[in-house]
Design a protein around this ligand. Structure first.
Ligand code: ADP
Length: 320
């Protein structure tokens, strides 16, 4: 296991082209390249000092050599730091841009949704079946846009470390039941059976109810989305000494083993989602993991391709 981790670390560290592409910089600016150059220079400098001392054995030579090594290190160090700073600045600007753009998009999308609702409720008789169908499709697309904008805003808040949680005491079982009710229509349309069981004991937690609702909606909708018709999605809850654990199990397409380490990365979508043409952005799990961790809990999963997946999260319970 450690050997595998080391190989992965070495592969990622030495894959300079990928690093450069990920950070949108040239290869010679990539941290891995700079690290290698620094290492080579240090080795060369050490050899230089060694030979200088061997041949001249003079304190002056030693002082000069050491000073040059220090100057070299400082120069390279400042170059590395300025490159990293450049990347960090670009990243910050990107997050700010996403945040501003999403805020600006929120109002017009809300207006479109509101006007569609008005159109459908005020003139249902005056619209032909075809017109109602088309307006329904517009409404669906606009709701998708609204969800994407909400997700982008949440991602920007997470990246800027300002995802605020309005914590209150709630029963997790109630939240699970609400999420099941929300997802029931989707499971019926998808032909997937949705089951749940809550423990008899109370599971009071101190969380932001709306955000835990988002986590449950994401995990449940994923389980349904990535399960073929006639499949089953089950939700289990287990109370432990000082925490409560939720498991969302499906017998769907599963996640390929080689992609499992990327699953919580922003915008990552596994091959299975592309093969099954499932709608999505690759942001749901990133947001869910951050919400759970910021609420003092943990989120993890296990999955076998073509067998199914289990997503778990646990949250600390309130002492009564
Ligand atoms: P998406 O909007 O694509 O569903 P998520 O962040 O929620 O984004 O999930 C990231 C990826 O993880 C998905 O694209 C899918 O490939 C995979 N995934 C998530 N949940 C499941 C699941 N229950 N079964 C199989 N694959 C899943």
């Amino acid at each position: 296991m450690y050997l595998h981790k080391f190989r992965k670390w070495a592969y990622e560290g030495l894959n300079l082209k990928k690093q450069a592409e990920d950070l949108n910089i040239s290869v010679w600016q990539s941290p891995g390249f700079l690290f290698i150059v620094m290492g080579l220079i240090i080795i060369a400098a050490m050899w230089g000092i060694y030979f200088a001392l061997k041949n001249y054995d003079s304190p002056n030579v030693l002082v000069i050599s050491e000073s040059s090594v220090v100057v070299m290190f400082l120069t390279i160090g400042s170059f590395v730091i300025s490159s990293i700073e450049q990347v960090a600045r670009a990243n910050k600007m990107k997050t700010e841009f996403v945040s501003i753009a999403s805020h600006q998009l929120k109002t017009p999308i809300a207006e479109i949704n509101w006007q569609i609702e008005l159109l459908l409720s005020k003139f249902p008789g005056g619209l032909s079946e075809k017109q109602q169908l088309l307006i329904g499709q517009i409404a669906h697309s606009s709701q998708k846009m609204a969800r994407l904008v909400d997700d982008l805003l949440d991602v920007a808040r997470i990246d800027q470390g300002r995802l605020a949680l309005a914590k209150e005491e709630v029963d997790l079982c109630t939240l699970v039941n609400e999420a099941i009710i929300n997802q029931r229509p989707f499971s019926i349309v998808s032909g997937v059976e949705l089951k749940s069981s809550c423990p008899v004991t109370s599971s009071k937690i101190l969380v932001d109810k709306k955000r835990i609702g988002v986590v449950l909606d994401n995990l449940l909708s994923n389980a349904i989305k990535y399960t073929e018709r006639q499949g089953v999605v089950e939700v289990f809850m287990e109370t432990k000494e000082s925490s409560v654990q939720v498991c969302i199990r499906d017998n769907g397409v599963g996640i390929p083993r080689n992609e499992q380490s990327d699953i919580f990365k922003k915008f990552f979508r596994s091959n299975n989602s592309l093969k099954n043409n499932a709608d999505g952005t690759g942001l749901g799990l990133y947001i869910a993991k951050n919400i759970i961790e910021q609420s003092g809990g943990k989120l993890w999963f296990q999955s076998i391709e073509n067998i199914g997946s289990e997503f778990f999260f646990s949250l600390p319970t309130v002492k009564s």
